[in-house]
Design a protein around this ligand. Sequence first.
Ligand SMILES: Cc1cc2nc3c(=O)[nH]c(=O)nc-3n(C[C@H](O)[C@H](O)[C@H](O)COP(=O)(O)OP(=O)(O)OC[C@H]3O[C@@H](n4cnc5c(N)ncnc54)[C@H](O)[C@@H]3O)c2cc1C
Length: 408
Amino acid sequence: MRVIVVGAGIGGLVLAQGLKAAGVAVTVHERDRALSDTGGYRLHLTPEAAGVLRRRLPPPVFQALLASSTGSRSLRQFGVLDHRLRTVARIPLEDDGEHLMIGRIPLRRLLGHGLGESIRFGSEFTGLEHHPDGTVTAVFADGTRETGDVLVGADGARSRVVTALTGRPTARLLAAHGLAGRAPLDDAVRSGMPDALHRGPAFAVAPDGVAVFLTLHDPSTAPVAPLACREVGPILEPGYVLWGVVVPAGTATATSDVNGPSVLASARHLLRDFAPWTRTLLDRSDPAHATRFPYYAADPDADLTPWQVGAVTALGDAVHAMPPTGGRGASTAVVDADVLIDHLTRSGSTSIPLALHDFQRAMARHAPPALRESLQPLLWQQRTSGRLGRVFLRTALAVAGTVGSARR
Ligand SMILES: Cc1cc2nc3c(=O)[nH]c(=O)nc-3n(C[C@H](O)[C@H](O)[C@H](O)COP(=O)(O)OP(=O)(O)OC[C@H]3O[C@@H](n4cnc5c(N)ncnc54)[C@H](O)[C@@H]3O)c2cc1C
């Protein structure tokens, strides 16, 4: 069996690792020139996704991944703060296994470890052709073509593979959008940092509904010491505080730039009524890494794979894009890849269309809950804008504060 994967993102790379380990011939086509050519956000991996990586990656790679992450110690609670960064609620996070938090660049580079020539960089998928013998040909922008038994679209939210199958992507652009950046964990940022960030991420919400997600990356909380990695070196990032402004629907940002100083200026304007530490955070952030990004989401109640099953399928954001407000997109892509590896490599006489059909059925069970959970904060934010909403928010925060203090 020859499998062609489009997209060396999180899901595509896990899929390639698992197929390669099972002896399946796999090629990954990626339009980027290198694995580090990507935005540097930090991703949360659920215990389920971390478990998949533990099983699917060569042990020294997984060890390096642990040493490049921060573990459950940095995720003991989720804080709800007001715009003055006072804690109004602490939601203790269940001790349900090892959560990992890791930068997108280190994660992608480690997932690509050992795949070598199997990844073709600068290879942009443009279309596909089905053949009567059940095989499929992928066509690329540079005129090259590759034929295989299975083609998997792991090409993210605006998937060209899914578009080739259905005429349009499954995700739509949401009215809310995000601005994000990060500030180094220097003395200025450490001083005045809300205590809550030492125990986990926090969401600070202003009465007008503008909210900022804050999370601390402190490499000293890695679950494995870098020196314990003898075969594959960890990819260490210096400490930082990541911020992500969730700009509600109907609130314009002053810029349409995708990154740079004007993104930071917009964040400053939106967070002007927040506590002064927020300004320090923005002032210390590198404008080159400040990014404005759209949110996409698929409909959790729709058929997520509305195409006739044959030799082509898709996974991850290509099927069920979700906004980053739930921190579930990467983990869901990892779980998709795991299930697809199982269905493609299980022994027996299962045909490829049947294997892909079973995979899609499994994905239709596990992806919609993650999608709904990710949309929830945006619905909540939408309800809190406007006069009535502000009353609702004050009441909700007061109630959350009571619950939070009762739990403490
Ligand atoms: C600010 C931000 C924060 C986030 N935080 C979290 C978080 O904390 N936890 C979490 O789980 N998720 C988070 N996410 C979401 C997460 O990044 C995605 O859900 C996840 O990467 C999806 O994996 P994927 O493999 O489906 O797609 P991707 O990782 O997006 O990979 C798609 C790949 O396909 C390539 N590609 C696209 N088109 C083509 C083409 N035509 N030809 C060839 N290659 C192509 C792209 O270059 C890319 O490498 C966040 C997202 C953002 C924007």
